[in-house]
Design a protein around this ligand. Structure first.
Ligand code: GLU
Length: 419
Protein backbone atom coordinates (compact mmCIF):
# COMPACT_ATOMS: atom_id res chain seq x y z
CA UNK A 1 0.00 0.00 0.00
CA UNK A 2 1.24 3.44 -0.93
CA UNK A 3 2.03 5.71 2.01
CA UNK A 4 -0.38 8.62 2.04
CA UNK A 5 0.63 10.13 5.37
CA UNK A 6 1.73 13.67 4.43
CA UNK A 7 4.16 14.05 7.35
CA UNK A 8 6.05 10.95 6.24
CA UNK A 9 6.07 12.25 2.69
CA UNK A 10 7.42 15.60 3.96
CA UNK A 11 10.10 13.85 6.05
CA UNK A 12 11.27 11.87 3.04
CA UNK A 13 11.65 15.09 1.07
CA UNK A 14 13.55 16.68 3.95
CA UNK A 15 15.82 13.68 4.35
CA UNK A 16 16.66 13.55 0.67
CA UNK A 17 17.39 17.29 0.61
CA UNK A 18 19.73 16.92 3.61
CA UNK A 19 21.62 14.15 1.83
CA UNK A 20 21.76 15.81 -1.59
CA UNK A 21 22.75 19.19 -0.16
CA UNK A 22 25.33 17.56 2.12
CA UNK A 23 23.71 19.26 5.08
CA UNK A 24 24.59 18.55 8.73
CA UNK A 25 22.63 15.54 10.02
CA UNK A 26 21.41 17.52 13.03
CA UNK A 27 19.36 19.66 10.68
CA UNK A 28 17.17 16.67 9.85
CA UNK A 29 16.76 15.90 13.54
CA UNK A 30 15.64 19.46 14.30
CA UNK A 31 13.33 19.83 11.31
CA UNK A 32 11.65 16.44 11.18
CA UNK A 33 9.11 17.58 13.79
CA UNK A 34 7.51 21.00 14.31
CA UNK A 35 8.69 23.11 17.24
CA UNK A 36 5.15 23.39 18.58
CA UNK A 37 1.84 21.70 17.82
CA UNK A 38 -1.39 22.66 19.55
CA UNK A 39 -4.61 20.64 19.55
CA UNK A 40 -7.75 22.32 20.83
CA UNK A 41 -11.42 21.49 21.29
CA UNK A 42 -13.77 24.24 20.18
CA UNK A 43 -17.35 24.12 21.44
CA UNK A 44 -19.88 25.87 19.21
CA UNK A 45 -23.52 26.53 20.06
CA UNK A 46 -25.27 25.40 16.90
CA UNK A 47 -28.40 27.02 15.45
CA UNK A 48 -30.57 24.16 16.76
CA UNK A 49 -29.43 24.78 20.35
CA UNK A 50 -27.06 21.81 20.59
CA UNK A 51 -23.38 22.25 21.36
CA UNK A 52 -21.00 20.66 18.89
CA UNK A 53 -17.30 20.33 19.69
CA UNK A 54 -14.79 20.69 16.83
CA UNK A 55 -11.10 19.79 16.86
CA UNK A 56 -8.57 22.39 15.74
CA UNK A 57 -4.79 22.40 15.33
CA UNK A 58 -1.96 24.85 14.88
CA UNK A 59 1.56 23.76 14.09
CA UNK A 60 4.55 26.08 14.16
CA UNK A 61 7.32 24.21 12.42
CA UNK A 62 10.42 26.34 12.76
CA UNK A 63 11.21 29.89 13.84
CA UNK A 64 14.93 30.13 13.09
CA UNK A 65 14.39 32.64 10.27
CA UNK A 66 11.34 34.40 11.72
CA UNK A 67 7.82 33.90 13.11
CA UNK A 68 5.67 31.02 11.91
CA UNK A 69 3.64 31.74 8.78
CA UNK A 70 0.92 29.80 7.03
CA UNK A 71 -2.76 29.28 6.41
CA UNK A 72 -5.66 27.77 8.31
CA UNK A 73 -7.85 25.23 6.53
CA UNK A 74 -11.38 24.04 7.24
CA UNK A 75 -11.82 20.52 5.97
CA UNK A 76 -13.35 17.26 7.25
CA UNK A 77 -10.10 15.37 6.59
CA UNK A 78 -7.81 17.69 8.58
CA UNK A 79 -5.53 15.72 10.93
CA UNK A 80 -2.64 16.63 13.16
CA UNK A 81 -0.18 14.87 10.85
CA UNK A 82 -1.49 16.77 7.86
CA UNK A 83 -1.13 20.11 9.63
CA UNK A 84 2.40 19.17 10.74
CA UNK A 85 3.39 18.33 7.16
CA UNK A 86 1.83 21.47 5.77
CA UNK A 87 3.71 23.57 8.35
CA UNK A 88 7.00 21.95 7.32
CA UNK A 89 6.27 22.74 3.67
CA UNK A 90 5.61 26.35 4.71
CA UNK A 91 9.10 26.59 6.27
CA UNK A 92 10.55 25.48 2.94
CA UNK A 93 8.25 27.73 0.94
CA UNK A 94 9.28 30.80 2.92
CA UNK A 95 12.92 29.72 2.50
CA UNK A 96 12.51 29.49 -1.28
CA UNK A 97 11.20 33.04 -1.49
CA UNK A 98 13.64 34.43 1.05
CA UNK A 99 10.83 35.59 3.34
CA UNK A 100 11.68 36.38 6.99
CA UNK A 101 9.46 33.59 8.30
CA UNK A 102 9.40 30.01 9.42
CA UNK A 103 6.53 27.68 8.64
CA UNK A 104 3.16 27.39 10.31
CA UNK A 105 -0.20 25.85 9.47
CA UNK A 106 -3.52 25.36 11.17
CA UNK A 107 -6.74 23.58 10.54
CA UNK A 108 -10.14 22.66 11.89
CA UNK A 109 -11.76 19.32 11.19
CA UNK A 110 -15.08 20.50 9.76
CA UNK A 111 -17.14 20.54 6.58
CA UNK A 112 -17.89 24.27 6.39
CA UNK A 113 -20.67 23.74 3.83
CA UNK A 114 -22.72 22.14 6.61
CA UNK A 115 -22.49 25.20 8.88
CA UNK A 116 -24.54 28.39 8.80
CA UNK A 117 -22.65 31.69 8.56
CA UNK A 118 -23.27 32.31 12.26
CA UNK A 119 -21.94 28.87 13.22
CA UNK A 120 -18.89 29.36 11.01
CA UNK A 121 -18.19 32.73 12.62
CA UNK A 122 -18.53 31.21 16.11
CA UNK A 123 -16.14 28.42 15.13
CA UNK A 124 -13.56 30.86 13.71
CA UNK A 125 -13.72 33.00 16.84
CA UNK A 126 -13.60 29.96 19.13
CA UNK A 127 -10.45 28.76 17.36
CA UNK A 128 -8.75 32.09 18.02
CA UNK A 129 -9.86 32.13 21.69
CA UNK A 130 -8.22 28.72 22.03
CA UNK A 131 -4.86 29.57 20.45
CA UNK A 132 -4.44 33.37 20.50
CA UNK A 133 -1.56 33.30 22.99
CA UNK A 134 0.50 31.52 20.37
CA UNK A 135 -0.31 33.99 17.58
CA UNK A 136 1.05 37.45 16.84
CA UNK A 137 2.73 39.39 14.05
CA UNK A 138 6.08 38.33 15.54
CA UNK A 139 5.00 34.88 16.80
CA UNK A 140 2.91 32.97 14.26
CA UNK A 141 0.81 34.50 11.48
CA UNK A 142 -2.21 32.68 9.98
CA UNK A 143 -3.70 33.27 6.51
CA UNK A 144 -6.37 31.69 4.31
CA UNK A 145 -5.98 28.14 3.03
CA UNK A 146 -8.49 25.51 1.80
CA UNK A 147 -12.08 26.71 2.49
CA UNK A 148 -11.06 29.85 4.36
CA UNK A 149 -10.92 33.39 2.99
CA UNK A 150 -10.78 37.10 3.80
CA UNK A 151 -14.10 36.98 5.62
CA UNK A 152 -12.81 34.30 8.01
CA UNK A 153 -9.59 36.31 8.53
CA UNK A 154 -11.75 39.34 9.40
CA UNK A 155 -13.56 37.42 12.19
CA UNK A 156 -10.30 35.98 13.46
CA UNK A 157 -8.60 39.37 13.54
CA UNK A 158 -11.55 40.93 15.34
CA UNK A 159 -11.52 38.21 17.98
CA UNK A 160 -7.76 38.59 18.40
CA UNK A 161 -8.01 42.37 18.85
CA UNK A 162 -10.80 41.97 21.41
CA UNK A 163 -8.78 39.44 23.40
CA UNK A 164 -5.48 41.31 23.36
CA UNK A 165 -6.66 44.91 23.21
CA UNK A 166 -4.07 45.62 20.54
CA UNK A 167 -4.77 46.56 16.96
CA UNK A 168 -2.16 44.38 15.29
CA UNK A 169 -3.51 43.63 11.79
CA UNK A 170 -0.24 41.98 10.74
CA UNK A 171 -1.15 39.00 12.96
CA UNK A 172 -3.28 37.71 10.06
CA UNK A 173 -2.80 38.05 6.31
CA UNK A 174 -5.22 37.56 3.46
CA UNK A 175 -7.58 40.01 5.16
CA UNK A 176 -10.22 42.09 3.38
CA UNK A 177 -8.57 45.25 1.98
CA UNK A 178 -10.46 47.55 4.36
CA UNK A 179 -9.05 45.67 7.36
CA UNK A 180 -5.47 46.08 6.15
CA UNK A 181 -5.38 43.40 3.46
CA UNK A 182 -3.05 43.80 0.51
CA UNK A 183 -4.16 44.54 -3.01
CA UNK A 184 -3.55 41.46 -5.14
CA UNK A 185 -3.42 38.96 -2.26
CA UNK A 186 -6.50 37.02 -3.40
CA UNK A 187 -5.12 36.52 -6.91
CA UNK A 188 -1.49 36.07 -5.86
CA UNK A 189 -1.23 32.28 -5.56
CA UNK A 190 -2.81 31.63 -8.97
CA UNK A 191 -0.82 34.42 -10.56
CA UNK A 192 2.41 33.00 -9.16
CA UNK A 193 1.54 29.52 -10.44
CA UNK A 194 1.09 31.10 -13.87
CA UNK A 195 4.46 32.91 -13.78
CA UNK A 196 6.16 29.64 -12.90
CA UNK A 197 4.27 27.73 -15.60
CA UNK A 198 5.37 30.31 -18.15
CA UNK A 199 8.98 30.10 -16.96
CA UNK A 200 9.15 26.34 -17.23
CA UNK A 201 7.63 26.52 -20.73
CA UNK A 202 10.38 28.93 -21.76
CA UNK A 203 13.04 26.58 -20.41
CA UNK A 204 11.55 23.58 -22.19
CA UNK A 205 11.00 25.46 -25.43
CA UNK A 206 7.18 25.27 -25.32
CA UNK A 207 5.37 28.11 -27.08
CA UNK A 208 2.65 29.40 -24.73
CA UNK A 209 -0.09 29.58 -27.35
CA UNK A 210 0.57 25.97 -28.37
CA UNK A 211 0.66 24.69 -24.80
CA UNK A 212 -2.28 22.71 -23.47
CA UNK A 213 -3.03 22.49 -19.77
CA UNK A 214 -5.02 20.17 -17.51
CA UNK A 215 -6.16 21.75 -14.29
CA UNK A 216 -7.47 20.09 -11.14
CA UNK A 217 -9.54 22.35 -8.90
CA UNK A 218 -11.42 25.61 -9.37
CA UNK A 219 -11.14 27.06 -5.87
CA UNK A 220 -9.09 30.17 -5.10
CA UNK A 221 -5.84 28.81 -6.57
CA UNK A 222 -7.37 26.92 -9.52
CA UNK A 223 -9.71 29.67 -10.67
CA UNK A 224 -7.08 32.42 -10.68
CA UNK A 225 -4.54 30.10 -12.26
CA UNK A 226 -7.07 29.42 -15.03
CA UNK A 227 -7.74 33.15 -15.47
CA UNK A 228 -4.08 34.16 -15.78
CA UNK A 229 -3.17 31.16 -17.94
CA UNK A 230 -5.94 32.17 -20.36
CA UNK A 231 -4.67 35.78 -20.35
CA UNK A 232 -1.16 34.57 -21.19
CA UNK A 233 -2.49 32.54 -24.13
CA UNK A 234 -2.37 29.00 -22.71
CA UNK A 235 -5.17 26.60 -23.61
CA UNK A 236 -6.80 24.89 -20.63
CA UNK A 237 -8.41 21.83 -22.22
CA UNK A 238 -9.44 19.86 -19.13
CA UNK A 239 -10.72 20.77 -15.68
CA UNK A 240 -11.26 18.26 -12.88
CA UNK A 241 -13.67 19.32 -10.17
CA UNK A 242 -15.50 17.88 -7.20
CA UNK A 243 -19.15 18.15 -6.39
CA UNK A 244 -20.89 17.22 -3.17
CA UNK A 245 -23.62 15.28 -4.97
CA UNK A 246 -21.77 13.52 -7.76
CA UNK A 247 -18.17 13.47 -6.51
CA UNK A 248 -15.33 13.90 -9.02
CA UNK A 249 -16.12 14.88 -12.59
CA UNK A 250 -14.24 16.66 -15.36
CA UNK A 251 -14.85 19.05 -18.23
CA UNK A 252 -13.06 18.68 -21.53
CA UNK A 253 -12.81 20.82 -24.67
CA UNK A 254 -9.94 20.11 -27.01
CA UNK A 255 -10.00 23.70 -28.31
CA UNK A 256 -9.68 25.14 -24.81
CA UNK A 257 -12.35 25.95 -22.23
CA UNK A 258 -13.33 29.61 -22.11
CA UNK A 259 -12.48 31.19 -18.76
CA UNK A 260 -15.07 33.95 -19.26
CA UNK A 261 -17.89 31.48 -19.85
CA UNK A 262 -16.74 29.20 -17.07
CA UNK A 263 -16.47 31.87 -14.39
CA UNK A 264 -19.79 33.41 -15.41
CA UNK A 265 -21.43 29.99 -15.21
CA UNK A 266 -19.91 29.35 -11.78
CA UNK A 267 -21.11 32.70 -10.51
CA UNK A 268 -24.66 32.09 -11.71
CA UNK A 269 -24.97 28.41 -10.75
CA UNK A 270 -22.44 28.00 -7.94
CA UNK A 271 -21.39 24.75 -9.66
CA UNK A 272 -19.79 23.71 -12.95
CA UNK A 273 -21.52 20.33 -13.24
CA UNK A 274 -23.85 21.39 -16.07
CA UNK A 275 -21.43 23.75 -17.84
CA UNK A 276 -22.23 23.62 -21.55
CA UNK A 277 -18.96 24.95 -23.01
CA UNK A 278 -17.22 21.57 -22.66
CA UNK A 279 -18.12 17.91 -22.56
CA UNK A 280 -18.40 16.11 -19.27
CA UNK A 281 -15.98 13.23 -18.76
CA UNK A 282 -15.00 11.05 -15.80
CA UNK A 283 -12.02 11.64 -13.52
CA UNK A 284 -10.50 8.49 -14.94
CA UNK A 285 -10.69 9.88 -18.47
CA UNK A 286 -9.30 13.22 -17.29
CA UNK A 287 -6.11 11.65 -15.92
CA UNK A 288 -5.43 9.98 -19.29
CA UNK A 289 -5.86 13.10 -21.45
CA UNK A 290 -2.93 14.06 -23.61
CA UNK A 291 -1.65 17.55 -22.74
CA UNK A 292 1.61 19.43 -22.12
CA UNK A 293 1.09 20.49 -18.52
CA UNK A 294 -0.88 19.28 -15.51
CA UNK A 295 -1.61 21.66 -12.66
CA UNK A 296 -3.13 19.93 -9.62
CA UNK A 297 -4.63 22.75 -7.54
CA UNK A 298 -6.83 20.88 -5.04
CA UNK A 299 -5.59 18.81 -2.09
CA UNK A 300 -2.68 16.52 -1.15
CA UNK A 301 -2.15 13.08 -2.69
CA UNK A 302 -4.24 13.61 -5.81
CA UNK A 303 -1.50 12.23 -8.08
CA UNK A 304 -0.78 8.73 -6.79
CA UNK A 305 1.22 5.84 -8.27
CA UNK A 306 -1.59 4.63 -10.47
CA UNK A 307 -2.24 8.08 -11.93
CA UNK A 308 1.49 8.81 -12.33
CA UNK A 309 1.76 5.71 -14.54
CA UNK A 310 -0.94 6.77 -16.93
CA UNK A 311 -0.43 10.54 -17.25
CA UNK A 312 0.26 11.65 -20.82
CA UNK A 313 1.92 15.00 -20.09
CA UNK A 314 5.39 16.60 -20.01
CA UNK A 315 5.29 18.76 -16.89
CA UNK A 316 3.47 19.01 -13.54
CA UNK A 317 3.26 22.37 -11.81
CA UNK A 318 2.03 21.84 -8.24
CA UNK A 319 -0.59 24.47 -7.46
CA UNK A 320 -1.82 22.64 -4.34
CA UNK A 321 0.37 21.69 -1.39
CA UNK A 322 1.64 18.11 -1.60
CA UNK A 323 -0.48 16.91 -4.55
CA UNK A 324 2.08 14.30 -5.70
CA UNK A 325 2.79 11.33 -3.41
CA UNK A 326 6.43 10.26 -2.91
CA UNK A 327 5.85 7.02 -4.81
CA UNK A 328 4.27 8.92 -7.69
CA UNK A 329 7.20 11.35 -7.66
CA UNK A 330 9.59 8.46 -8.20
CA UNK A 331 7.57 7.18 -11.16
CA UNK A 332 7.40 10.65 -12.70
CA UNK A 333 11.16 10.99 -12.33
CA UNK A 334 11.69 7.69 -14.15
CA UNK A 335 9.26 8.77 -16.85
CA UNK A 336 11.20 12.08 -17.24
CA UNK A 337 8.15 14.17 -16.39
CA UNK A 338 9.34 17.43 -14.81
CA UNK A 339 7.62 18.28 -11.52
CA UNK A 340 7.83 21.92 -10.41
CA UNK A 341 7.21 21.64 -6.66
CA UNK A 342 4.52 23.37 -4.61
CA UNK A 343 7.00 25.23 -2.40
CA UNK A 344 8.09 27.23 -5.44
CA UNK A 345 5.05 27.05 -7.71
CA UNK A 346 2.41 28.22 -5.21
CA UNK A 347 4.64 30.56 -3.19
CA UNK A 348 3.03 33.69 -4.71
CA UNK A 349 0.35 33.60 -2.01
CA UNK A 350 2.63 33.69 0.99
CA UNK A 351 4.88 36.20 -0.76
CA UNK A 352 2.03 38.69 -1.07
CA UNK A 353 1.08 37.80 2.52
CA UNK A 354 4.56 39.00 3.40
CA UNK A 355 3.92 42.24 1.48
CA UNK A 356 0.67 42.60 3.43
CA UNK A 357 2.51 42.16 6.73
CA UNK A 358 5.13 44.73 5.68
CA UNK A 359 2.38 47.21 4.76
CA UNK A 360 0.63 46.58 8.11
CA UNK A 361 3.79 47.17 10.10
CA UNK A 362 4.63 50.20 8.02
CA UNK A 363 1.07 51.54 8.01
CA UNK A 364 1.50 52.55 4.38
CA UNK A 365 -0.28 50.79 1.54
CA UNK A 366 0.71 49.91 -2.01
CA UNK A 367 -1.36 49.79 -5.19
CA UNK A 368 -1.88 46.59 -7.13
CA UNK A 369 0.80 47.35 -9.72
CA UNK A 370 3.39 47.81 -6.96
CA UNK A 371 2.47 44.42 -5.52
CA UNK A 372 2.68 42.56 -8.82
CA UNK A 373 5.81 44.45 -9.89
CA UNK A 374 7.52 43.07 -6.80
CA UNK A 375 6.06 39.58 -7.01
CA UNK A 376 7.00 38.76 -10.60
CA UNK A 377 10.75 39.47 -10.45
CA UNK A 378 11.12 37.79 -7.08
CA UNK A 379 9.43 34.60 -8.28
CA UNK A 380 11.49 34.69 -11.48
CA UNK A 381 14.66 35.06 -9.45
CA UNK A 382 13.84 32.08 -7.23
CA UNK A 383 12.98 30.05 -10.32
CA UNK A 384 16.27 30.91 -12.06
CA UNK A 385 18.39 30.25 -8.95
CA UNK A 386 16.79 26.86 -8.48
CA UNK A 387 17.05 26.02 -12.17
CA UNK A 388 20.78 26.72 -11.98
CA UNK A 389 21.20 24.34 -9.01
CA UNK A 390 19.13 21.68 -10.77
CA UNK A 391 21.33 21.87 -13.86
CA UNK A 392 24.62 22.12 -12.01
CA UNK A 393 23.97 19.24 -9.62
CA UNK A 394 21.79 17.20 -11.97
CA UNK A 395 18.87 17.07 -9.54
CA UNK A 396 15.12 16.91 -10.05
CA UNK A 397 13.33 20.23 -9.77
CA UNK A 398 11.95 19.23 -6.36
CA UNK A 399 15.33 18.17 -5.04
CA UNK A 400 16.97 21.39 -6.20
CA UNK A 401 14.21 23.49 -4.64
CA UNK A 402 14.52 21.75 -1.26
CA UNK A 403 18.31 22.02 -1.25
CA UNK A 404 18.09 25.73 -2.15
CA UNK A 405 15.67 26.45 0.68
CA UNK A 406 17.26 24.17 3.25
CA UNK A 407 20.65 25.88 2.93
CA UNK A 408 19.07 29.11 4.14
CA UNK A 409 17.14 27.56 7.03
CA UNK A 410 20.10 25.54 8.25
CA UNK A 411 22.39 28.57 8.02
CA UNK A 412 19.98 30.54 10.22
CA UNK A 413 19.82 27.70 12.76
CA UNK A 414 23.59 27.42 12.72
CA UNK A 415 24.15 31.14 13.33
CA UNK A 416 21.67 30.95 16.18
CA UNK A 417 23.73 28.16 17.68
CA UNK A 418 21.06 25.44 17.38
CA UNK A 419 23.62 22.94 16.14
N1 GLU B 1 -2.17 28.90 2.60
C1 GLU B 1 -1.24 29.45 1.66
C2 GLU B 1 -0.11 28.48 1.40
O1 GLU B 1 -0.22 27.30 1.62
C3 GLU B 1 -0.79 30.84 2.03
C4 GLU B 1 -0.09 30.97 3.32
C5 GLU B 1 0.13 32.41 3.76
O2 GLU B 1 -0.19 33.32 3.01
O3 GLU B 1 0.64 32.57 4.86
O4 GLU B 1 0.90 28.86 0.89
Amino acid sequence: MENMNPIENARLQLKSACELGDIDKNVYEILKNPQRVIEVSIPVKMDNGDVKVFTGYRSCHNTAVGPGKGGVRFHPNVTMDEVKALSMWMSFKCGVMNLPYGGGKGGIKVDPSELSQRELEELSRGYIRAIYKYLGDDIDIPAPDVNTNGKVMGWMLDEYIKLTGHHRPGTFTGKPIVLGGSKGRTEATGLGVTYITRNICHKLGLKLSDTSVLLQGFGNVGSYTFKFLAEMGFKVIGLLEWDKEIGEYALYNKNGISYEKLSKFKEENNSLVDFDGASRISAEEFWSLRADILIPAALENSVNEEIAEKLDIKVIVEGANGPVTSAADEILKNRSITVVPDILANSGGVTVSYYEWVQNRYGFYWNEAEVFNKLEPSMNEAFENIWAIKEEKNLTFRQATYVYSLIRISEAMNYRGWF
